[in-house]
Write a protein that binds this ligand. Structure first.
Ligand code: ADE
Length: 232
């Protein structure tokens, strides 16, 4: 079974329409939609915004369904100036940009204590397969690189510049790094697929709502191609 985690309803809706034979199961605060995409068993859910909600939901999913693969799908703000609204980012790794114990000797900014890593790498075969599927897709540009996660909606050039200076990343969002951490600790393969809704600047809060639907459609379209390619 593949677990698909979105933070918001607008992101999930574009995937839900791809699902067949679905039914709902509830667990604590979460609602899980179980069904099939191209005959592949999937479970789809909304985790809510931010790292705590995302971590709780990912662990609940793993405990209940033991998925073979978890994919976080949704939108993100662009950090790199070559990345435009609507573009898809296939994440090779996630960094929690607001995790900072660098005051202690030998610790780097973003380093997660316990794991002792800054970047958590996404499962390589999934990144490769998603990239192959994206190359064959039309209607959006795509990029492969690191995503930066934090409990902040980025909406200013000064914050953007700081993120660029501290970490090399293509996009910013608020859940992927914690989903990556939970999957890593549970030995579950995972991927992160995000489409750009805004450029993390002063227009980002209005752009976010203007483009969340169209960008989520691009992410869902690549997800569909990926699932089709592995269910053949
Ligand atoms: N998700 C989409 N856009 C974002 C932004 N600018 N900051 C954080 N998360 C986002």
């Amino acid at each position: 079974m593949i677990a698909i985690i979105c933070a918001m309803k607008e992101e999930l809706e574009q995937i839900k329409i791809l699902m067949q034979n679905s039914h709902i199961e509830k667990s604590g605060p979460f609602e899980f939609t179980l069904g099939e995409i191209e005959r592949k068993k999937c479970v789809l859910t909304i985790c809510g915004v931010g790292k705590v909600s995302a971590a709780m939901c990912t662990q609940a999913l793993i405990d209940k369904y033991n998925p073979e693969l978890t994919i976080n799908v949704g939108v993100a703000g662009a950090i790199d100036e070559n990345i435009k609204i609507g573009d898809v980012v296939i994440c090779s790794a996630a960094i929690q940009h607001d995790f900072d114990i660098s005051i202690f000797p030998g610790r780097k900014k973003g380093e997660i204590s316990g794991i002792n890593k800054v970047e958590i790498s996404c499962t390589p075969w999934v990144v490769k397969k998603l990239t192959e599927c994206a190359k064959k897709s039309e209607g959006f540009n795509f990029h492969v690189g690191t995503v930066l996660t934090g409990d902040q909606f980025i909406s200013s050039m000064s914050k953007l510049k700081k993120l660029k200076k501290d970490f090399r990343g293509l996009a910013c969002e608020m859940e992927a790094g914690s989903i990556a951490q939970v999957c890593y600790l549970n030995n579950i393969e995972f991927a992160i697929l995000r489409a750009i809704s805004d450029c993390a600047n002063k227009k980002s809060s209005t752009d976010f709502y203007s483009f969340i639907k169209s960008s989520s459609k691009n992410a869902a379209s690549l997800l569909y191609k990926f699932i089709k390619s592995i269910s053949d």
